[in-house]
Write a protein that binds this ligand. Sequence first.
Ligand code: SF4
Length: 120
Amino acid sequence: MPATASPAQSSASDVAVRHDWKRSEIDALFALPFNDLLFQAASVHRAHFDPNAVQVSTLLSIKTGACPEDCKYCSQSGHYNTELEKEKLLEVARVVEEARAARDKGASRFCAFLYGRRLA
Ligand code: SF4
C-alpha cells in the first residue's frame, strides 16, 4: 500500500503476509502517519486472526535477584545493592504447581523467567 493511501483503500493484497519487502516499502511504512500505520497493522491482524481473541499468559519469576551478570542498569544484577529482595531458584514442583494453577485459571501460555530472561 502506498504511504499516502487512505485506510478506505485497503484491499486483499494489502493484508497478505509478505516476506519480500523492499527497503523502499519499509521506509514508506515508517513514513506513514501513526494512525494510518495502526489501521494497516490492524487490517493485517484481522485478516489472519480473530480480532477480539486475547491470549491469557501468566508470567513467573523463578529466580529473582543475584544475577551473575554486571548490567549496570538492572536491579537483578548481583554486583550492586539494589535493595531487591533476592530469592532462591524455585523448586521444579513449585513451578509446575504454578503452571497448573495458571492453566486452571484460563492461561494458555505460561512463561518462566530467570532474572528477567524468558525461559519458555
Ligand atoms: S537480569 Fe539480564 S539485564 Fe539484569 S543483570 Fe542479569 S543479564 Fe543483565
